[in-house]
Design a protein around this ligand. Structure first.
Ligand code: ADP
Length: 491
């Protein structure tokens, strides 16, 4: 007992203690983490690639601009055979301002003839720039570098006149504006990415927690259902997986509740039915013990005790039959001739029928054959004929007829008894249902015979209905498949 209590306590407190641990282990969190990781990698690539692409674009536009400027300047010198400082200065001033940081013009030996930079001017000195050396050897040099938030572009070209080298030109340009633009773009992109990633993490966590909460709710409801609380229901609004799961769960809980209600009703009815004869037996036995009675009365009382005991035996047999029907699978069906089984039933019930002055009649040829379990067929016919006898008038009759149709045999069990009122007809196959309780009890019934008939016929793939017999009484119509019909169904 102690162990059971502790066990159920553990089950109840487990969800509370493990809430965070459950969340950490949840598949939803793993999905969210994967999503965050994927978006992180995507944003990282964007941060690396986009500035690189823009920088390359700026490099190429800077190089083109420097080449154009150097070519423009070089073209201005193409009509001079020889360059001196004076000429160069004139030419440079005649050309529109090129907006360069520094402009150098040298003679063919690399001596500087012009330097736009006034402080630390190289004029008159030998220039040692490697770009100028390369230009004097006949090669154009153009390149751009980006360092410390600064674009530095350099261009050097040989100056040619009449196919003769007359000097070299060197241009230097430092562009801080474009570099700042690039750097601010890089920073903006970085912070936007950080913002997006933070938002993704936040939303992922939020959705994971919401989903986890809903799943926890489902698990707790399953636990409550397992503990026998059939009233538990899940919210089923929406159309996502959890809502669909909720709907399926609610249907299941509803069905479990219904079957539990049926079970409780059955147990309570069965107890009641068992209690009545037991109470009678006790009452009769007490009367015999307590009262001085003559032998004849005592015999009568003992015989009543015997009758009640018979009733108990019949009731237990029917309860056992129902339990067997609910729990064990149907017996193998086979081709069964109806006539011999029906004859056996009538033989068994003949003494009872005679006692009540009821005649039994059978109209069934030897060809009528059904596909059924023979024991089930016997029990079904027995219950129907027994009812026909029990609920009959003196000098009445019970007639059983069987005829074969296209794919089923129809067996009719008619009687000339009291009949069944229309309002009772939909209920007579329910367990423990009796039309006239007093009459049925007197006849020794507990309202189980027809429900056994119904369950047995269904498991033999047949059907059973009830109708009024023209001229008074009841007619039960039973159909069971013929062996040929079943063979056609199974390919
Ligand atoms: P019981 O064991 O009480 O006979 P059944 O399930 O066999 O229970 O029948 C249910 C009720 O249907 C009976 O109580 C009786 O009132 C009614 N009934 C069954 N068969 C007949 C019949 N042939 N004629 C009239 N009433 C019947």
């Amino acid at each position: 007992m102690d162990t059971i209590l502790r066990h159920s306590e553990n089950r109840k407190s487990a969800p509370r203690r493990g809430r965070f641990a459950d969340f950490i282990r949840s598949s939803q969190l793993r999905h969210a983490a994967a999503y965050v990781l994927i978006t992180f990698v995507g944003l990282l690539l964007l941060n690396l690639y986009a500035p690189m692409a823009i920088r390359n674009l700026l490099f190429s536009s800077q190089r083109t601009a420097m080449t154009d400027k150097a070519q423009l300047m070089a073209a201005s010198f193409s009509s001079y055979e020889h360059l001196d400082a004076e000429t160069v200065r004139e030419v440079v001033h005649s050309v529109n301002d090129l907006h360069t940081t520094r402009l150098l013009v040298t003679d063919p030996d690399g001596r500087c003839l012009y330097d736009s930079q006034t402080t630390g001017s190289a004029e008159g000195k030998l220039t040692l720039f490697p770009e100028i050396a390369e230009a004097l050897s006949g090669t154009d040099v153009v390149y751009t570098r980006y360092k410390n938030d600064l674009f530095t572009s350099k261009a050097a070209m040989p100056l040619m006149a009449y196919n003769r080298l007359i000097g070299a030109i060197y241009l230097l340009e430092n562009d801080r504006d474009q570099a700042e633009l690039l750097s601010s773009l890089q920073k903006t992109l970085f912070w936007i990415s950080v913002g997006i990633e933070a938002l993704i993490i936040l939303l992922s966590m939020l959705f994971s927690m919401l989903f986890s909460k809903r799943m926890r709710n489902v698990l707790q409801s399953v636990q409550r259902l397992d503990d026998g609380d059939y009233s538990v229901r899940l919210p089923s609004r929406g159309n996502d997986e959890v809502a669909r799961l909720g709907k399926a769960f609610n249907d299941l809980a509803q069905r479990l509740k219904q079957s539990e209600d049926v079970r409780k009703q059955f147990v309570s009815n069965a107890s009641h039915e068992l209690k009545t004869p037991l109470a009678s037996i006790k009452l009769l036995a007490d009367s015999i013990l307590q009262n001085e009675m003559d032998e004849a009365t005592t015999k009568e009382f003992v015989s009543d005790i015997g009758n009640e005991a018979d009733r108990l035996t019949r009731l237990s047999a029917k309860l056992l039959e129902l339990t067997r029907l609910d729990s064990s699978p149907a017996e193998e069906r086979q081709a069964v001739a109806v006539a011999p089984v029906a004859e056996r039933v009538l033989r068994m019930l003949l003494p009872q029928a005679r006692k009540q002055g009821v005649t039994l009649d059978l109209v069934c040829g030897p060809a009528e054959t059904v596909l059924a379990s023979e024991d089930d067929l016997y029990q079904v016919l027995f219950n129907l004929v027994e009812n026909g006898v029990k609920y009959n008038r003196p000098d009445g009759f019970v007639r059983m007829t069987a005829e074969t149709g296209p794919d089923a045999v129809t067996i009719r069990v008619e009687d000339s008894g009291y009949g069944i009122p229309n309002e009772a007809k939909p209920h007579i196959f329910e367990r423990f249902y009796r039309v006239d309780k007093a009459r049925s009890r007197k006849a020794g019934g507990a309202g189980l015979g027809l429900s056994i008939v119904h369950d047995m016929v269904l498991r033999n793939r047949g059907s059973v209905t009830v109708e009024d017999r023209p001229g008074g009484g009841t007619c039960f119509v039973l159909t069971l498949p013929t062996p040929a019909a079943e063979r056609e169904e199974t390919p």
